[in-house]
Design a protein around this ligand. Structure first.
Ligand SMILES: Cc1cc2nc3c(=O)[nH]c(=O)nc-3n(C[C@H](O)[C@H](O)[C@H](O)COP(=O)(O)O)c2cc1C
Length: 395
């Protein structure tokens, strides 16, 4: 069965089904890069599990004629309350990569966040969608390269800048060295030999990868006098990526639009972001890929919401695999959600159509959950619709 027919079949009813299709199409090294987390993957698992701790409190005997899924984030109207998170190396998952994901987001009436670690030019990503696009900045390539990227992003029409602050170094994603990610992306053919059997066992991915020109360059990191940067493995890339509060002050001089700080888990850091002029924060632990054993994001959300106290918008990501998870996070105080793996599985399985299917599944879940809760709109969701554990109350 072709990927697109598989997407429409009764075999793809939830995000787990897209994950299985992605696993089938991708070489193990690429799938594990997408799917895996840091160290013992405790936070990766907890991000998903924490949603089980929060139960719903539905209102019975309520008929909803029109269920309104719309919300606004930084002044942009979204057709449903989830945007697509920055996902590096998307062009390795599928040649359509960031352009395909942005187009699917736009078609669905929502926004897309482009990672610095991207294989398509940011101008092409912007041109693919009528929806809002934000640029996520890492400083690999140094300040000169960042200045160039910010200027291009602003001129192309990116409306917000996302600064990710949870990557002082790369987390230890143990699946990557076992699968030879560094060797596979490196220049030495000899070093790749132990890992090629698995690549050859995935011919449809391999053909599309070769037709796309092989390992993409980092098109949005242009080194003065040298052109776009070569793709690095993630550990090398993130070892040079850190953005500090001092950098944020420098960036504020360069970027005229709103700045979103992504990767916070505590009230203290959230207050600092407010003081530094952020327009929004994203409660995030990078999908359990950085410091293992930090709290799941749903658990961290109430503390950040209380600390921010309505001064700026609070978004969250991590562990969203069903629309019901989106609804719970909004009830707990998030204005909207970012989804990472949930759409990346779709991208890896079938490009743009796979991302569209992921969004369609989550949107259907959100609408059904609202109706079952007896709540007419996303903006009417609040704590009264959920029962979190008592220990989660913010002191
Ligand atoms: C394969 C992959 C690559 C990622 N690359 C980036 C990145 O380049 N920049 C960034 O800020 N976050 C990155 N993230 C983190 C996501 O933006 C998001 O925080 C995370 O995926 C949310 O968790 P979820 O995957 O459980 O939805 C990446 C996540 C994944 C799974």
């Amino acid at each position: 069965m072709t990927a697109n027919r598989a997407l429409r079949s009764s075999q793809v009813v939830n995000i787990g089904d897209l994950r299985r299709l992605a696993q089938r199409r991708l070489p193990k090294s690429v799938f594990d890069y997408l799917d895996g987390g840091a160290e013992a993957e405790l936070t990766l698992a907890e991000n998903c599990r924490a949603f089980r701790d929060v139960t719903f409190r539905p209102r019975g005997a309520v008929a909803i004629a029109d269920c309104n899924l719309k919300t606004t984030v930084l002044g942009h109207e979204l057709s449903f309350p989830a945007m697509l998170a920055p996902v590096g190396y998307s062009r390795l998952m599928h040649p359509g990569g960031e352009v395909a994901a942005a187009r699917a987001a736009g078609e669905a009436g929502t926004g897309y966040i482009l990672s610095t670690i991207s294989g398509h030019k940011l101008e092409d990503v912007k041109a693919a969608t009528g929806g809002p696009v934000w640029y996520q900045l890492y400083l690999l390539g140094g300040r000169d390269a960042a200045e160039g990227a910010l200027d291009r992003a602003h001129r192309a029409g990116f409306s917000a800048l996302v600064i990710t602050v949870d990557t002082p170094v790369a987390g230890m994603r143990e699946r990557d060295p076992r699968n030879g990610m560094k060797e596979l992306l490196g220049p030495s053919l000899f070093a790749k030999i132990p890992y090629v059997a698995d690549i050859l066992a995935h011919p449809s991915w391999l053909v599309s990868f070769l037709l796309d020109g092989g390992v993409p360059r980092l098109e949005n990191i242009v080194l003065p006098g040298k052109g776009s940067m070569e793709l690095l493995d993630v550990a090398s890339a993130l070892s040079k990526a850190v953005v500090t509060w001092e950098d944020l002050r420098w960036i504020r001089q360069l970027w005229p639009g709103p700045i979103v700080v992504k990767g916070l888990l505590t009230g203290e850091d959230a207050k600092r972001a407010v003081d530094e002029g952020a327009a929004a924060v994203v409660v995030s632990n990078h999908g359990g890929r950085q410091l293992d054993s930090v709290s799941p994001t749903l658990r961290a959300l109430p503390e950040v919401v209380a600390a921010v106290n309505g001064q700026i918008e609070v978004l969250m990501d991590g562990g969203i695999r069903r629309g019901g998870d989106i609804v719970k996070a909004i009830c707990m105080g998030a204005r909207a959600i970012l989804i990472g793996r949930a759409y990346a599985y779709g991208l890896a399985a079938a490009g743009e159509a796979g991302v569209a299917r992921a969004i369609e599944i989550l949107r259907g879940d959100v609408e059904r959950t609202l109706r079952l809760l007896g709540c007419p709109s996303v903006t009417a969701l609040d704590r009264s619709y959920v029962e979190p554990p008592h220990a989660w109350s913010v002191r």
